[in-house]
Design a protein around this ligand. Structure first.
Ligand code: DWN
Ligand code: SAH
Length: 392
């Protein structure tokens, strides 16, 4: 049942350049669906990995200190607690997580060649291919099976989940541990972060929906960790069903939180959709007022998420003069759909703009620290999370 219509959207991460900015852009209707049987929340139009993840992918995990630190800390926790004899990461990107492990005992899967090559420069062992049973069989022949398989913000990007988990079962050792880390649907719905929905996020998992999916593959979640990354994510600790000794209390706690909030009911998503419509009206009003007062706004963090917001709320370069971003692959380009230019990051001061729109709201604390002078001198931030407001 479709519960949210976020309008006609371009593909996020398909940044425009001076050559193609006036050419027609590929667009699709961003419709969000709730399946009342398996409780999965997904976007209706599911693009293939090959369409979205090519050899010019513009996202690097290492562009935020928050993610570098969280991956480093979690890697240390894994080494200490589980002492895996080897480790496979699906969606290893630029190696920000993988580089914390012994290079001879770890392997990354990263289909985007430009990003995979950044990992290879760190002497990491990375295969540039899309996750599949064929690939798993090839890896199994060469490396055998894996004690620990980790995947963050990737499995929700892959259309065919049946293929994903059948391939994982080929490689996961008998007592192996699978850890999946993804944005929490509960946090997304509670905080009205509707920008978590875009073409790469084919799914946004809840414990309820992921546990329903895993049942078909004799895999069970035996522990949950709620973490702050990306506006609130969940780490699911998963083992082969018949190998589980004890289900951790964090699982029943997460289940009851999700049921209490109503993640198993269509009504909850209809209420969310109403809040999203109100959020759009309120955010537009904030921008309108600032412009009437002849103040200037720039954007901070040209995120994939921001593409949804800006195109849904029709906020373009009349409202935001430009975005700053630390990612080399995004600088000098334009945000898809709304065509707002993206500049190389520089320290913001009030001579440039009085307001900053938080595209990367999930890194608010890191950004406020970096721009504390701007705030101290009276600069203000605009955010839509959990509702549109000005932060000073
Ligand atoms: O799921 C995904 C997540 C992991 O990353 C992918 N589908 C694509 C991507 O989504 P996103 O673009 O919404 O992710 P981030 O991590 O919220 O993007 C942050 C952006 O902000 C990056 O382009 C880097 C930039 N940034 C910056 O310019 N200055 C970030 C920080 C912290 C900063 O200080
Ligand atoms: N794990 C990193 C990167 C997440 S971005 C982090 O959490 O920061 C999503 C990553 O998944 C990209 O690097 C993309 O290339 C990769 N990816 C997308 N589809 C994939 C597929 N079918 N198989 C393997 N990796 C894939």
């Amino acid at each position: 049942m479709i519960f949210l219509d976020l309008g006609s959207q371009p593909l996020a991460n398909e940044y425009l350049n001076k050559k193609n900015i006036n050419k027609p852009e590929k667009k699709y209707r961003l419709l969000v669906d709730f399946n009342n049987k398996n409780k999965i929340v997904s976007i209706k139009k599911k693009f293939s990995s090959e369409t979205m993840f090519k050899n010019n992918y513009p996202y690097r995990s290492s562009m935020s200190k928050t993610m570098k630190t969280s991956f480093k800390n979690f890697a240390n926790e894994i080494k200490k607690k589980y002492k895996p004899k080897n480790l496979l990461e699906i969606g290893s990107n630029d190696g920000t997580f993988l580089k914390n492990f012994n290079k001879k005992k770890s392997l990354g899967i990263e289909p985007c060649l430009n990003i995979a090559n950044i990992s290879r420069k760190k002497n990491l062992n990375v295969i540039s291919d899309y996750w599949s049973r064929n690939l798993a069989k090839k890896i199994s022949k060469k490396y055998g099976n894996f004690d620990l398989i980790y995947s963050a913000n990737t499995i929700t990007h892959i259309k065919n989940l049946d293929e994903v988990f059948k391939a994982i079962n080929i490689l996961l050792s008998e007592n192996g541990l699978l850890i999946i880390e993804d944005p929490s649907l509960l946090e997304c719905i509670k905080n009205n972060t509707y920008d978590q929905f875009y073409n790469e996020h084919l799914y946004v998992f809840s414990y309820i929906s992921l546990s329903n999916i895993l049942k078909k593959y004799d895999l069970d979640i035996y522990k949950i960790q709620n973490v702050k990354q990306h506006g609130g994510s969940i780490r699911y600790f998963i083992k082969k069903s018949y190998k589980i000794k004890k289900i951790h209390s964090s699982v029943s706690l997460q289940y009851s939180k999700e049921v209490k909030y109503g993640l198993h009911k269509l009504q909850t998503y209809k209420k969310f959709a109403n809040r999203v419509k109100k959020s759009k009206i309120k955010l537009r009003k904030i921008f309108q007022k600032i412009l009437e007062n002849k103040k200037r706004i720039i954007g901070y963090g040209a995120t994939a998420k921001a593409v949804t917001i800006l195109n849904y709320c029709n906020i373009n370069r009349k409202n935001i003069n430009f975005f700053v971003d630390t990612t080399p692959e995004k600088q000098g380009k334009f945000i898809p759909g709304v065509k707002i230019p993206i500049k190389k990051y520089f320290k913001i001061n009030k001579k440039i703009a009085e307001y900053i729109f938080l595209g990367a709201w999930n890194f608010k604390n890191e950004i406020f620290l970096k721009e504390k002078k701007f705030l101290k001198l009276g600069g203000k931030f605009i955010t839509h999370v959990p509702y549109p407001k000005i932060i000073n």
